[in-house]
Design a protein around this ligand. Structure first.
Ligand SMILES: Cc1cc2nc3c(=O)[nH]c(=O)nc-3n(C[C@H](O)[C@H](O)[C@H](O)COP(=O)(O)O)c2cc1C
Length: 162
């Protein structure tokens, strides 16, 4: 098993990616950026309707290949935006694909949102054993409120043991 941790994330508008880059300033992680073969292209309100309906329908978009083996890592950080009070469809595809490989890992989860995190963290427990989830972090208005959030992210990463 490698000593490096792995960050797996999806980000449509850059907020989740902003947090990933903050985490990378503090520690050396390998990265998987999940990208659906067909991603959302709608703008404005249609983006919310399309994204929200994908979540409600539990869609699992086909992902572009990522050349990393989950089993090589003990510690995995998963980052997602909150969509319709839940994690994003690309994360669902990942969790379904890797469910077996995510057993007996130390999992940390963060979620970016603008209102509240809804049921996002609870929903992960459908795929990941609750006892494997070491800690979760919800971050409101990630980029817009970055001065404040930078401190929160730095505090959080301190307790991540790889
Ligand atoms: C389709 C869609 C649905 C969303 N649903 C919620 C929601 O239910 N609750 C919330 O607080 N924010 C919601 N948001 C806001 C995003 O969670 C927030 O802007 C997040 O920072 C985006 O992350 P990203 O820039 O990494 O894509 C939604 C955004 C989109 C595009």
């Amino acid at each position: 098993m490698g000593k490096k941790g792995l960050i797996v994330y999806y980000s449509l508008d850059g907020n989740t990616e902003y947090v990933v880059n903050k985490l990378l300033e503090k520690n050396n992680f390998d990265i998987i950026k999940l990208s659906p073969k067909k991603d959302i292209t709608e703008k404005g309100l249609l983006k919310y309707f399309w994204g929200g309906s994908q979540v409600f329908m539990k869609k699992m978009p086909e992902l572009n290949d990522y050349n990393k083996t989950i089993n090589n890592y003990n510690t995995i950080i998963i980052g997602t935006p909150v969509w319709a009070g839940n994690f994003t469809p690309a994360i669902r595809s990942f969790l379904v694909k890797e469910q077996e490989n995510l057993k007996n890992k130390k999992i940390y989860i963060f979620a970016c949102f603008d209102g509240n995190s809804g049921k996002t963290f609870k929903k992960f427990e459908e795929f990941i054993d609750k006892n494997s989830i070491i800690s979760t972090l919800g971050i409101k208005s990630c980029i817009k409120n970055k001065e404040n959030n930078n401190k929160i992210i730095e505090e959080w990463i301190k307790q991540i043991i790889i």
